[in-house]
Ligand binder design. Structure first.
Ligand SMILES: *[C@@H]1O[C@H](CO)[C@@H](O)[C@H](O)[C@H]1NC(C)=O
Ligand SMILES: *[C@@H]1O[C@H](CO)[C@@H](O)[C@H](O)[C@H]1NC(C)=O
Ligand SMILES: *[C@@H]1O[C@H](CO)[C@@H](O)[C@H](O)[C@H]1NC(C)=O
Ligand SMILES: *[C@@H]1O[C@H](CO)[C@@H](O)[C@H](O)[C@H]1NC(C)=O
Length: 343
């Protein structure tokens, strides 16, 4: 191919032999033509080789040039140019990548939020990677795992690999995050990792969801399969038919503990670059998703999720001992949870 192009650009050499010349003269012309062709070809090949080398060199220089931004941390501490060990970022090598982590608690809408994020062409949010205990055994294994994720060497179905512009995962507060907060804050601030706090305002609704989800773990209401998230109204309806009984003896203390855990998390990680989101706000106001994309410096896209909310409608429809719960919370600081009825 290269040779053909090369010969074409060089033009064609036409060698004519006189019609009535002796045979040996014709032979000489033929040999000359062959030698000439070989010569042209070899020159040509040399040139193509040189061409490719210089092109490669240019790419190398460009790459190094764009990746040098990383060194100037004061300018762009949150834009990264990772060099994965397992693949090449190819045409996206010079696109900056933002590192993030979603800090949340179970049953706070983080699964839904993550599917929304992952519907963006340039976001790889890799799920709850620290749900696996060995990865959070000690600080070393936590930091090693983080290194792999942020170097784009972590693979899940969510990985966009070469063209990721934001890479991260979901980290629940009870997955080694609070115990190792000092080292994690240090890592996040050194490596320029941004935090997305995602909490639920109504902790009583969260409690209902936690109880229903753990009930379904063994009840398996959907044709014998346990599901934490659903994609159809029928499935949501089936799951929400179960109404948990709330333990009144520990209700207020349990709510207080959840509340404190959230406050602690906000305090421990206050020095990181962060954004704070509430599930209820995301449900009501999709413009919040624009804030998230701005926070991660992503090109704006319409984000979508197939997930369907399980517990819709007033809370009183989802708690078996609703009257008692009402009495227990009256006059406490958690009374407000009884009145958020629409989410
Ligand atoms: C940390 O945890 C990893 C993974 O479980 C283990 O292989 C390693 O020995 C542990 N290191 C220390 C210092 O305890
Ligand atoms: C987003 O991904 C597309 C390919 O899917 C790529 O062309 C584009 O450059 C990426 N954008 C950023 C900001 O990385
Ligand atoms: C359960 O099985 C029935 C019958 O096979 C089917 O119609 C229904 O869609 C299934 N439901 C779920 C939630 O998978
Ligand atoms: C929706 O969210 C946007 C972005 O945070 C905010 O500016 C706007 O005021 C919100 N709208 C309502 C009705 O709360």
């Amino acid at each position: 191919m290269a040779e053909a192009i090369c010969l074409f650009t060089k033009g064609t050499i036409i060698i004519k032999s006189p019609k009535k010349s002796p045979i040996f003269l014709r032979m000489i012309v033929l040999v000359f033509a062959m030698v000439c062709g070989v010569y042209i070809c070899s020159v040509c090949l040399n040139q193509t080789n040189f061409g490719t080398t210089s092109k490669l060199l240019n790419v190398e220089i460009n790459k190094r040039h764009c990746c040098d931004y990383e060194v100037d941390r004061s300018q762009t501490p949150y834009a990264h140019y990772p060099k994965p060990e397992t693949f090449s970022r190819a045409e996206c090598a010079c696109n900056p990548v933002r590192y993030f982590a979603i800090f949340s608690m179970q049953r706070s809408g983080s699964g839904w939020f993550e599917t929304l994020l992952n519907s963006h062409t340039n976001v790889s949010s890799n799920g709850e990677i620290f749900s696996v205990k060995e990865r959070r055994n000690n600080v070393t294994s936590i930091l090693t795992t983080l290194d792999r994720v942020y170097n784009l060497d972590w693979f899940t179905s969510a990985s966009k690999n070469q063209c990721s512009a934001a890479v991260g995962f979901k980290w629940m507060l009870n997955q080694g995050l609070m115990e190792n907060h000092k080292e994690i804050v240090e890592y996040f601030n050194n490596r320029g990792v941004s935090v997305i706090f995602l909490f639920r305002r109504n902790l009583l609704r969260r409690m209902v969801s936690v109880l229903a989800n753990s009930f379904d773990r063994y009840a398996k209401l959907l044709n014998g399969t346990h599901k934490s998230h659903v994609h159809s109204l029928e499935e949501a309806d089936t799951l929400s038919r179960y109404k948990p009984v709330i333990d009144l003896s520990s209700l207020v203390t349990d709510l207080k503990q959840m509340d404190q855990r959230v406050s602690e998390a906000l305090e421990y990680f206050s020095s990181t670059r962060h954004i704070r989101l509430y599930y209820e706000d995301l449900v009501k106001n999709r413009t919040k998703l624009v804030d998230v994309q701005d926070f991660l410096r992503l090109p704006q896209m319409e984000l979508t999720s197939r997930q369907v909310k399980i517990h819709k409608g007033p809370l009183l429809e989802h708690i078996k001992n609703w009257d008692d719960v009402n009495k227990a919370l009256k006059g406490t600081m958690y009374e407000k949870f009884l009145h958020y009825n629409d989410y």
